[in-house]
Design a protein around this ligand. Structure first.
Ligand code: B12
Ligand code: SF4
Length: 430
């Protein structure tokens, strides 16, 4: 029986800041492949090793190996491609995910094909067609290559560069649920249970974000905001509960954007005994919505406050004010919801005085958690374009690094020291 292997190339680092979730991208593709009757297995490397992955792939013997990649996983993805080439030379190698979407050519040098953007329908259909016809890598041209959204193949004598797709709400409504069957849920739950006392996993309810923050890259879901039907979202939540989880991380870019959708979500969550957290914008909220979130089990929100300086927020094109942030923190705290805030310090064009305003705001607000990052010019962001395309190979080796990957006017050692001092002052608050 022809088979597809879907690899998520993250090997856990055990960094204090590591956050582990079963990767939804490969689970989503596995669900779609299953619906087409294609045998697929997810190889999540989180709790595995490179050597173990090699052995597991050999014993599975896939015809297609799909590897997911994003910033911080590039080296792993390319190393796995090299290993597959030498140990499974007859397998077709395909890359997809956020980084191949913005650097398709870089991945095409190591893979037979690259899928850019949302690949929910295009990649599974490509696999079904490929496996159904039994074609070999050199003869991909026998497939209807123009019909697979986001496909990029600049080699094998082909020049395929299909536009990416954003599935509409009607198409999303017909999607199967992600297939979470191949994950080591006991291991994920153990990590979460030890760290937080509850067992949390991620889910996506809405796709896309219409804002244009300068530092942000939205390579997959883009600017168009779409909602999954809540019936499917609740069915997925029950699937998650049956796997043993009792908490959700709603990973949407802008879950609080549509207040009517959020209100219906909150009504549907009532009585489900499932706590949840989400990212929230600082603007557009009202007290009634926030109270409804609390009643529906919302435990904590994560606010991208980014800066305590209005001038820096403008540089970031954040389209919120410092006052919006202060107001949002107050609304959530009054409703009894914990608030974590992300800040970016050392933005290109930012002064030391503006950075100090951010440290001061972080310490002045009644926050439950804070984190500081230096700007990372994410491929696909305006910042990346403006900095004159820094070294394409520059990559954070682990999550939450505080290292400039471009020439910055800010003294990095001063900034690290000030971040350390602010974190210490925050931890020492009464
Ligand atoms: C949840 C999430 C996390 C979680 C969980 C990651 C995980 N295990 O999945 C956590 C919190 C751990 C995390 C951490 C980081 N993340 Co993150 N994360 C996200 C988020 C919000 C949602 C991802 C998700 O679940 N999407 C839902 C699924 C269905 O979509 P998907 O994974 O994109 O998959 C689709 C396509 O990409 C494609 N696809 C995916 N894989 C494959 C494979 C093949 C073969 C094919 C054909 C197609 C394909 O098909 C899928 C269906 O359409 C995205 C933002 C976003 N909206 O995309 C950022 C995002 C992916 N993260 C990002 C970053 C930068 C990071 C960090 C480096 C941040 C940091 N400073 O530490 C770390 C790196 C961690 C690491 N593991 O190394 C960036 C990546 C940018 C880039 N160009 O690569 C994104 C896009 C956010 C952003 N704009 O900053 N992240
Ligand atoms: S940072 Fe958040 S609000 Fe800004 S563009 Fe990105 S997803 Fe949208």
């Amino acid at each position: 029986m022809p088979k597809v292997a879907l690899v998520f190339p993250y090997f856990r680092t055990r960094a204090l800041t590591e956050t582990l979730f079963p990767p939804l991208g490969v689970a989503t593709l596995a669900g779609q492949l299953g619906r087409l009757g294609v045998e697929a297995r997810v190889f999540d490397c989180t709790f595995s090793t490179f050597e173990q992955l090699g052995d597991d792939l050999i014993s599975y013997g896939p015809d297609i190996v799909g590897v997911s990649a994003m910033v911080s996983l590039t080296r792993n993805a390319l190393r796995i491609a090299e290993m597959v080439r030498s140990r499974l030379p007859h397998s077709l190698l395909v890359a997809g995910g956020p980084l191949p979407t913005v650097f398709p050519r870089r991945f095409a040098a190591h893979f037979d094909a690259v899928f850019r953007g949302e690949a929910d329908l295009s990649f599974p259909r490509f696999c079904a067609d490929w496996l159904g016809r039994g074609v070999a890598a050199g003869t991909m041209a026998e497939l209807p290559l123009d019909t697979y959204g986001g496909l990029f193949v600049p080699n094998h004598g082909l020049r395929i560069d299909n536009p990416t797709v954003h599935y509409g709400e009607r198409e999303l409504a017909a999607f199967p649920l992600p297939d979470r069957g191949d994950f080591d849920h006991a291991a994920y739950q153990d990590v979460w249970q030890r760290a937080t006392g509850s067992k949390v996993t991620s889910i996506i309810a809405t796709l896309g974000c219409p804002f244009g923050c300068d530092f942000c890259s939205k390579p997959i879901f883009g600017d168009v905001f779409r909602r999954r039907p809540l019936g499917a979202v609740f069915a997925e939540i029950e699937q998650i509960r049956a796997l043993g989880y009792d908490g959700l991380w709603i990973a949407d870019d802008t879950f609080t954007l549509s207040l009517p959708y959020l209100a219906r979500f909150c009504r549907g969550m009532a009585g489900r005994q499932m706590s949840w957290s989400c990212l929230s914008r600082a603007d557009g909220l009202d007290a009634a919505t926030v109270r409804a979130m609390k009643s529906a089990g919302c435990r904590r929100v994560y606010l991208g406050l980014e800066s305590g300086s209005q001038a820096t927020l403008t540089l970031m094109n954040k389209r919120v004010t410092v006052a919006d942030g202060v107001h949002a923190v107050r609304l959530y705290r009054e409703a009894g919801i914990e608030v974590a805030a992300f800040f970016i310090v050392g933005y290109p064009g930012e002064t030391a005085a503006a950075i100090e305003e951010t440290f001061a705001l972080a310490l002045a607000l009644p926050l439950d958690e804070i984190s500081f990052n230096v700007p990372y010019p994410l491929p696909g962001s305006s910042l990346f374009e403006r900095l004159g395309r820094p070294d394409e190979g520059a990559d954070w080796e682990s999550e939450n690094e505080v290292t400039f990957v471009y020439r910055s006017q800010i003294d990095e050692s001063w900034l690290r020291r000030r971040i350390g001092e602010t974190m210490a002052a925050f931890a020492g608050r009464a």
